[in-house]
Design a protein around this ligand. Structure first.
Ligand code: XBP
Ligand code: MG
Length: 260
């Protein structure tokens, strides 16, 4: 199939949200709830193995706070703490604290101008996606995405295929008409498990040591005309950065067709 859509992950891919966004938001929620928990940069890297904020909180309690007894049921306690965390995170986004990564707006604009459809497949909470797009990209940016598949709408989060399958279903497209753009091994596994064979990985601060050997192309940044991307794996055709022409070629190499 010809390339019809790009499906983007959010955290780590559109923006470096984890270390200085989600992590301090969790810590602020802990402090607000009177908990003496604090997630360091290093510990958070370990916790990122578990996707989804509520799932991450549950894992942390089981692994690091086995004697912790919430005053109410654990699921309710986690949901409440996570709600507080989301409020803190949204406040940071509204303050413009987290910019989009380099080349993101350029690539989105190029794809949109060429009639390539745009979608999101992410583990994070839907409001986080809309607010990041609005506050870091511009008020119109959320409207550029035809499909936003996010958070708890599926029962199994990445690396399960469910969120990519949902995005494909809502786009009404087969997997071979799409390219997924990801930053983590969990995200790569999720896209591949949904049969999307063309996956571009843009590594992020926490994922540099992940195994990306099954990705089509792995780069450090999307880059731009004045900032070439460094290629870790695969071949990036074109002018040395990720533009739509390069994406069409990688899509073709992964089994799609490359006609314009
Ligand atoms: C992102 C996540 C999310 C965020 C936090 O993974 O795992 O949990 O860390 O967001 P991916 P929430 O980039 O693979 O989608 O707290 O809203 O879940
Ligand atoms: Mg990610």
């Amino acid at each position: 199939m010809d390339l019809a859509a790009l499906i983007f992950d959010v955290d780590g891919t559109l923006a470096e949200t984890e270390r200085d966004g989600h992590r301090p938001a969790f810590n602020a929620a802990f402090a607000e709830a009177g908990l003496d928990w604090s997630w360091s940069v290093e510990l958070y890297g370990e916790l990122l193995e578990v996707t989804g904020g509520k799932e991450r909180l549950r894992y942390y309690i089981q692994r690091f706070r086995p004697d912790f007894e919430p005053v109410r049921d654990l699921a309710g306690f986690i949901a409440d703490l996570h709600r507080r965390k989301t409020e803190h995170y949204l406040r940071m986004l509204r303050a413009g604290a987290i910019p989009l990564r380099s080349g993101v707006m350029r690539l989105l604009r190029e794809a949109r101008d060429a009639g390539i459809r745009l979608a999101i497949a992410t583990t994070t909470t839907p409001e986080n996606v809309t607010t990041l797009l609005e506050c870091s990209g511009g008020p119109d940016l959320p409207g550029w995405f035809e499909v936003v598949a996010a958070g708890d709408v599926v029962s199994a989060k990445k690396p399960a295929p469910d969120i990519y399958q949902l995005a494909l279903h809502q786009l009404e497209l087969p997997a071979d008409a799409c390219v997924a753009v990801e930053d983590s091994a969990n995200g790569l596994r999720s896209a591949l498990a949904a049969d999307i064979r063309a996956v571009l990985v843009v590594v992020s601060s926490y994922t540099q040591r992940d195994d990306f050997s099954s990705a089509t192309v792995v780069v450090d940044e999307l880059g731009g005309p004045d900032a070439p991307a460094h290629v870790f794996h695969g071949t990036l055709n074109g002018d040395g950065y990720v533009d739509l022409a390069a994406i069409r070629v990688l899509h073709g190499r992964a089994g799609g067709t490359t006609s314009q």
